[in-house]
Design a protein around this ligand. Structure first.
Ligand code: ZN
Length: 223
């Protein structure tokens, strides 16, 4: 009796382990697959196809959906704005499971954003993180215009304020200046974060920045 009980218990345990390993909870864990330089080239190639109107729409068919249902292995992570004109999968001509995306107005990085991106690096093996701002960003425009009314700022404008203050008085368009500064500040914030700094220092994670032009479709890479 005891022997049968133990055998049944053992079988149940083996089935439970198989479900856990084969299912969603652990299926995302994997070794890094695509290097930062390979990842950047994939993004740049896709953006060029998008600019030229020669998209191939990779990984958007039902077979891809089925292929990645048990686990995702994105080759890049992108933090960009919620603006409806800046969808990374479209700008980079990619499909399901290719890019781990975090979108928030003004592409700012609060703690939730940082931890989301950290997940893609730590658990999904992402080795390239792009901060993608865009020209004519409404959130940054609001931050620039609202800078003189500090009593009426919410969390988002608070996140954007350092970029506005850092560019105040500089020559050129104040909104465009703040957009660029914001991307650079977010790059620094993420690179220095407790979650990601060790990976950046060891060279296992590359953090890059870019500015997307709504008209041309081109992404200007920041150094
Ligand atoms: Zn925006």
């Amino acid at each position: 009796m005891n022997l049968i009980f133990h055998r049944q218990t053992l079988q149940a345990a083996i089935i439970a382990i198989a479900i856990i390993v084969g299912g969603a909870p652990l299926a995302d864990e994997h070794a890094p697959g695509v290097s930062a330089s390979e990842s950047l080239q994939l993004l740049l190639d896709g953006n060029q196809r998008f600019i030229d109107g020669k998209m191939t729409h990779p990984n958007q068919m039902p077979a891809r959906r089925i292929e990645i249902a048990k686990g995702q292995h994105p080759f890049a992570a992108i933090l960009t704005c919620s603006d409806s004109r800046t969808a990374p999968e479209v700008l980079f001509d990619r499909g399901l499971g290719d890019i781990f995306v975090v979108r928030v107005a003004g592409n700012v990085a609060d703690q939730v954003v940082i931890e989301s991106l950290d997940y893609s690096v730590t658990h999904l093996g992402v080795r390239l993180l792009m901060i993608l701002g865009h020209r004519s960003c409404g959130a940054v425009t609001a931050a620039v215009l609202g800078h003189e009314e500090p009593s009426d700022v919410g969390p988002m404008l608070t996140e954007l304020r350092p970029a506005v203050e850092a560019t105040q008085g500089k020559s050129g368009d104040p909104v465009e200046n703040a957009i660029r500064e914001n991307v650079e500040l977010v790059m620094t914030k993420l690179s220095d974060s407790p979650e990601l700094s060790s990976m950046v220092k060891s060279g296992d994670l590359k953090v890059i920045g870019g500015i997307y032009d709504l008209s041309t479709g081109k992404i200007e890479m920041l150094k």
